[in-house]
Design a protein around this ligand. Structure first.
Ligand code: NAP
Length: 466
């Protein structure tokens, strides 16, 4: 058999799906997995694609099975496993062979690995879309030297999702740029999911709707401006029935959200960059809070159940849809603003419109709005998305609904951490004269930190001591 065009290590959920996708697109691939049994099973289950796949039982065998200069994808858990595999591979590879970490690495690790690699080819690529995406077309965000990306771009674009024929695979910049963009994608994903969950909470607790009714509302929203993968699956989740109890599935799922840490990384990085991403922060906090089930039960016992029921005259599902449109724009605006700040801070020139385009298909946050976002970012690349004319018009139209939803929820004891922080962000971003003059006065009072005067005058301290 001729040598494979590319290799892959790690036949777990993502690696197996990605390997099949690569083979399905006509590329011969050699694979290796730490547990050999899994490699054998994978090959046995590959059906018609088995002919394009070379299973190997050692790293030496894997390396020998790939045509030079080699390219090998790592799809193993982020962290130590990646470093170990790089070390083991480098001992066997030639100097011009390329290692591609396609897992969910922290971009700081990717920066370090790229620097450690020196002249040895290395790429860090973010892959989004879960197992289904990996198998049939993920969104791919590449990072590392452009020349290395170009070496494998024909494979990565072929296997990626397509939006009206355009591949959702793009080189983002040097070193960890691809993994950074993937992290912000996940941060936006957290905020988008949280805002949807909050509207579900209002329908369930505030408007006393059944899960089936809620499913219908999400299905209807998926035909309008909110059309997106997350709204689509939320409708399906709300409409599903538990085969065991015959109850709505949502009623038997524990209300404690898991997380693998990428949302947290985004928030920590946003703090380092001084990039305001309150909706993403609120979403991470909400997940942390969701896991404090005992404390929440204790709180309900102590303070009593909140009133919850919202009179239908006060709030309908049209207003909720409108509020969610505003919330979604604000959470994407924050994410893109963070990317643009990182671009400056790290000297990356991250391509904002291309990022919006690469997220249009294949990834979890794919949504109808991203087309307009790509256009808006192309014409107003340096600005905040909320000031781009198209989205400013949307916000003018919808922020009143967001205000109503947040106000009604507050009056009836329903927590809306992400939607309310989105509203606070909107209001802060349209307030030319804020309240930080008080903060500056306080800082000068206790720490003589000084302040700037609005008249530019020379007296930079207050008369506190006199
Ligand atoms: P997974 O199903 O748990 O598979 C992990 C794979 O890595 C297995 O093949 C495992 O081999 C191998 N592995 C584990 N530790 C290893 C080590 N120390 N040395 C060598 N191989 C090792 O994980 P996954 O969901 O495919 O995720 C892989 C990567 O993709 C992660 O970085 C993840 O964050 C990222 N990712 C996942 C998703 C998703 O939806 N699942 C989406 C995007 C990105 P054995 O069979 O021997 O255990």
């Amino acid at each position: 058999m001729s040598k494979a065009e590319i290799g892959l290590i790690g036949l777990g959920t993502m690696g197996a799906a990605l390997a099949l996708n690569i083979a399905d697109n006509g590329f011969d691939i050699a694979v290796w997995n730490r547990t050999t049994e899994k490699t054998k099973q994978f090959h046995a289950d590959a059906g018609a694609l088995a002919d394009r796949i070379t299973p190997t039982e050692s790293l030496e065998e894997l390396v020998a099975a790939i045509a030079k200069p080699r390219a090998i994808i790592l799809m193993v858990p982020a962290g130590r496993a990646v470093d170990d595999q790089i070390t083991a591979l480098r001992a066997l590879l030639d100097d011009d062979d390329l290692i591609i970490d396609a897992g969910n690495a922290n971009f700081h690790d990717t920066n370090r690995r790229a620097r450690d690699a020196g002249d040895l080819p290395f790429l860090g690529i973010g892959v989004s879309g879960g197992e289904e995406g990996a198998r049939f077309g993920p969104s791919i965000m590449g990072g590392g030297k452009r020349a290395y990306w170009d070496r494998v771009a024909h494979i990565l674009t072929a296997i990626s999702a397509k939006h009206e024929g355009t591949p959702c695979a793009t080189w983002m910049g040097e070193e960890g740029a691809g993994h950074f963009v993937k992290a912000v994608h996940n941060g936006i994903e957290y905020a988008d999911m949280q805002m949807i969950a909050e509207t579900y909470g209002i329908m369930r607790d505030g408007l006393d709707m059944t899960d089936a009714q809620i499913a219908d509302v999400f299905a209807k929203w998926d035909k309008g401006p909110l059309k997106s993968y997350l709204i689509e699956i939320s409708g399906k989740v709300a409409g599903a029935i538990d085969p065991k109890t015959n109850k709505p599935m949502l009623d038997v799922i524990v209300d404690a959200a898991g997380q693998k840490g990428t949302g947290r990384w985004t928030v920590i990085e946003a703090q380092h960059l001084a990039a305001p991403v309150p909706a993403i922060e609120a979403a991470v906090v909400a997940r942390n809070l969701s896991s404090q089930r005992d404390m929440r039960a204790k709180g309900e016992g102590l303070f009593g159940t909140a009133p919850h029921h919202i009179p239908h005259d006060n709030l309908g599902t049209e207003t909720l849809e409108s509020a969610l449109i505003a919330g979604k724009i604000l959470c994407y605006a924050q994410g893109f603003d963070m990317i643009s700040k990182a671009s400056e801070a790290f000297g990356w020139a991250l391509p904002l419109p291309a990022i919006a385009k690469v997220w249009r298909e294949g990834c979890i946050i794919r949504s109808a709005m991203l087309d307009d976002m790509a256009d808006a970012l192309a014409t107003d690349a340096d600005g905040n998305l909320m000031f781009a004319p198209h989205f400013a018009d949307h916000l003018k139209q919808h922020h009143g609904a967001l205000r109503q939803v947040v106000a009604q929820a507050a009056l009836h004891g329903i927590a809306l951490p992400a939607l309310s922080s989105g509203l606070a962000y909107f209001d802060a971003m349209r307030t030319a004269r804020g309240t930080a003059n008080m903060i500056q006065g306080q800082r000068d009072f206790f720490g003589a930190h000084g302040f700037e005067r609005i008249d530019g005058g020379s007296d930079q301290h207050g008369p506190w001591g006199s």
